[in-house]
Design a protein around this ligand. Structure first.
Ligand SMILES: Cc1cc2nc3c(=O)[nH]c(=O)nc-3n(C[C@H](O)[C@H](O)[C@H](O)COP(=O)(O)OP(=O)(O)OC[C@H]3O[C@@H](n4cnc5c(N)ncnc54)[C@H](O)[C@@H]3O)c2cc1C
Length: 473
């Protein structure tokens, strides 16, 4: 992919670090509206990654609102219209909510999606795309001045000056420490395998497979290929050796849907595995003159629910709109106010995505709660429609999410109490405790108001009974 020449005589309004999902979309949104943008990306070659391959309907809607839905064109993107939820071989399907005749998410290869973004920004005369590695964010009096970078093939570093630097250098960000107080945890790893000519039980659906094994998801990414992402919990990745093939076959072939088994066996035999760490990183930005964090460098959640790109697009739209409203881009105060407004309001666009992602990951890994979740959602009606609308990134109602989370724990408890012997009564109590332990820190990390904060801190300290929870939330 050709890049444009840097022209240092040209003043830039913003300079962006990283042309991945968030950075390239931001360059496109600002560039499309006439802003002068310089963006530095360390590798412009089409990437072959396992991240960001299922875009939820809410993310599609953000692209549409920004006039960028054409990023999905001509990449063999596969419409995804809902989820098949599988537990120990039993399953049911929940469709995404239908809104304005656009119920779909899309599965695709991330490299092709990002290639479309980059192709578009390269076509804009007011956007300069540079292939190079950003090495430093130069500062003067606690004020970021732009970026220093080493262009591909160059021997000397160069500097770009801009009143605002948008840092979107992804999950393994080099610069987040400078602009936030990150509490970044690796919660495990996803092993990604591409399955050729795989027949899914429900074509055009995401599949979440739960059971007495770590969870995995399946979804179509092209007309020929299906992605499977298998969770490996823990801080260390599994070794990519022959032992892994044996483990995958023994552990994950049995719960694989019947139709998928031949393609899975072939792919394991071929052994083309990729691995990526899963992080949990609540946003904790520090307001600093001249710079802002965006995308995974600011905030991450478990990828089980495929919410990362939707959260990133919510942020691009929010920050982009604030920046586009600025009349004088050389007025640093106005830029700082726009950035502050973004940091203060962004949780409204993505708190439910974040809480659901890590909350559901906790639920599917708890034997009692995953049965409760399966039975609760399987009731259909609002018990299925509302949670799937939250997962789709369409419904952003945090109270509703809390209600369903607690609802599933109490439903599971009631069911368990009905069938439990005296010995299992303790298990039911344990299930409620587990639910509270999962949801409380997640709610606390998403800008709760003071009353909720006090209530949640009390909940997590004390042992709580279900009636307390129903009463208070
Ligand atoms: C295993 C896994 C699966 C996922 N699956 C999904 C999914 O199905 N759906 C979904 O919505 N989300 C998913 N996500 C999350 C999603 O991929 C991210 O939220 C999204 O890619 C964030 O975009 P970003 O721009 O912040 O980072 P990226 O897309 O990673 O972009 C960062 C860019 O910065 C560049 N860069 C880094 N350092 C420098 C530097 N020093 N100089 C110049 N350039 C630099 C990189 O080359 C890269 O191009 C998944 C995440 C994981 C871990």
């Amino acid at each position: 992919m050709e890049h444009n020449q840097l022209n240092n005589n040209k003043p830039y309004d913003v300079c962006i670090v990283g042309a991945g999902v968030a950075g390239a979309t931001m360059a496109a949104y600002l560039g499309k509206h006439g802003k002068r943008v310089a963006i530095v990306e360390r590798n412009l070659k089409e990437r072959d990654v396992i991240i960001g391959e299922l875009l939820q309907p809410g993310g599609v809607q953000y692209l549409q609102k920004m006039g960028l839905k054409f990023f999905l064109d001509d990449i063999d993107a596969q419409p995804v219209t809902g989820y098949d939820i599988i537990l120990d071989g039993k399953d049911f399907v929940i469709p995404y909510p239908h809104q304005n005749g656009e119920p779909t998410g899309y599965g695709f290869r991330n490299g092709k999606f990002v290639r479309n973004m980059r192709k578009y920004i390269l076509s804009l005369s007011n956007v300069t795309v540079i292939e190079g590695r950003v090495t430093e964010l130069p500062e003067k009096n606690d004020d970021i001045q732009g970026v220093r970078f080493l262009a591909k093939g160059a021997e000397k570093e160069e500097t770009i000056h801009a009143p605002l630097t948008i840092v979107s250098d992804g999950a393994l960000s080099k610069f987040r420490d400078k602009l936030s107080k990150p509490d970044n945890k690796v919660t495990g790893f996803f092993l990604g395998i591409l399955l050729k000519d795989c027949i899914l039980p429900y074509p055009g659906h995401g599949h979440l497979v739960m059971g007495n094994h770590s969870p995995f998801v399946l979804y179509p990414v092209t007309s020929d290929f299906t992605r499977v992402l298998i969770d490996f919990p823990g801080e260390k990745p599994p070794k990519l050796d022959t032992g892994l093939k044996k483990y995958l076959t023994e552990t994950f072939l049995p719960p694989m849907p019947q139709q998928v088994k031949p393609a899975f066996l072939n792919a394991v035999e071929e052994g083309n595995f990729k691995m990526f760490p899963n992080h949990r990183l609540p946003a904790s930005p520090v307001l600093k003159m001249g710079a802002v964090l965006l995308g995974d460098s600011l905030n991450m959640r478990h990828p089980l629910t495929g919410g990362g790109m939707t959260a990133a697009f919510a942020d691009v739209k929010n920050l982009g709109d604030n920046l586009l409203a600025i009349k004088d881009f050389q007025n640093r105060k106005q830029i700082n106010t726009a950035v502050k407004k973004f940091y203060d309001t962004r949780h409204l666009g993505n708190q439910t995505i974040n809480i659901l992602a890590d909350g559901l990951y906790g639920v599917v890994n708890n034997p009692g709660l995953r049965v409760a979740f399966f039975e609760y959602v399987n009731r259909g009606g609002k018990y299925a429609d509302e949670p799937i609308a939250i997962l789709a990134g369409i419904n952003k109602d945090k109270k509703l999410l809390k209600k369903h989370f607690i609802g599933l724990a109490s439903y599971g408890t009631k069911n368990k109490l009905k069938s439990a012997g005296i010995k299992e009564i303790g298990d039911t109590y344990g299930m409620v405790k587990a639910a509270v332990r999962i949801i409380t820190p997640l709610l606390l990390s998403e800008k709760p108001d003071l009353a909720t904060r006090v209530m949640l801190k009390t909940l997590i300290k004390g042992d709580t009974v279900i009636s307390d929870i129903n009463l208070r939330i």
